[in-house]
Write a protein that binds this ligand. Structure first.
Ligand code: SAM
Length: 249
């Protein structure tokens, strides 16, 4: 079908590729990829022979226009990123936006996404959460960003680079409080998958003490601030308050 398909690919385990993703990538006229060499390996594994073209949100207008022209000419194009769902801390926003403005059909082909996998297994409240993506690299800016989030009652979800994770957890323990529950979800779906739950100060110390925890791909999750009125309660009492609030009229 003449459309721009937004196709999720695995975040590690190739078994998470969906049959529909394989079918769509094999059937379209062109696949726009963040890194064509990286995607070549995925294509080889699934025996997909569709031509690949590089796409980035900072690709020149010419590249975006060229892909959109293929769609206007009746062709079909799929967008993939190196891993997981395009547009989630990955390129794609610009072409999806332009496609919609130009009346081109955009069809999602959902699949793996690292933060959704992490949230689903973390054991932190998942009814309301805020996906914050990557924090700024500069420590001062990062700290300001954390301070703005300190009173948020939703579960906070971050992507973090391995060489910064120890510093970020230490800053989080200072800004959010040592006792705030947090989770590191590392190397999800891969051989060294680790999901570790602890109060922030403990988690920061655990990661700082073991360089193996400062490798690979990482999602950090932090419990939201206590609801107004619950401040000063320990986590168990907050859990009971939550149950009561849900059960009582
Ligand atoms: N689009 C991707 C998605 O759907 O999750 C995210 C792309 S972003 C450039 C890459 C970051 O996602 C990594 O630095 C890490 O924070 C997180 N990530 C990706 N794969 C992961 C995995 N297998 N385990 C934990 N985190 C992962």
């Amino acid at each position: 079908e003449n459309a721009l398909y937004i196709v999720a690919t695995p975040v590690g385990n190739l078994g998470d590729m969906t049959p529909r993703a394989v079918d769509v990538l094999a059937a379209v006229d062109m696949v726009a990829a963040e890194d064509t060499r990286h995607s070549q390996r995925l294509f080889a594994h699934f025996e997909i022979n569709t031509p690949l073209a590089a796409y980035h949100d900072h690709s020149g207008e010419g590249r975006v226009d060229w892909l959109l022209q293929k769609l206007h000419d009746g062709g079909s194009v799929a967008l993939i990123s190196d891993a997981g769902t395009p547009l989630i801390s990955d390129p794609g926003y610009r072409i999806v936006r332009r496609a919609r403005e130009q009346g081109i059909k955009v069809i999602p082909v959902p699949g793996a996404c690292a933060f959704v996998a992490a949230l689903s297994a973390a054991g932190l409240p998942s009814d309301r959460f805020s996906f914050e993506g990557f924090l700024a690299a500069k420590p001062g800016t990062r700290r300001n960003q954390l301070e703005k989030l300190a009173a948020d009652t939703r579960t906070l979800v971050f992507y973090e680079a391995p060489h910064r994770v120890a510093d970020t957890l230490a800053a989080m323990a200072e800004v959010f409080g040592a006792g705030r529950e947090a989770v590191i979800a590392r190397e999800l779906t891969k051989a060294f998958e680790t999901i570790h739950f602890a109060p922030l100060a403990e988690l920061a110390a655990w990661v700082a003490a073991d360089s193996n925890q400062q490798r690979g791909e990482i999602v950090l999750l932090v419990r939201g601030a206590p609801e107004p009125g619950d401040e000063g309660l320990d986590p168990e009492s907050i859990r009971i308050m939550e149950i009561l609030r849900q059960e009582l009229p």
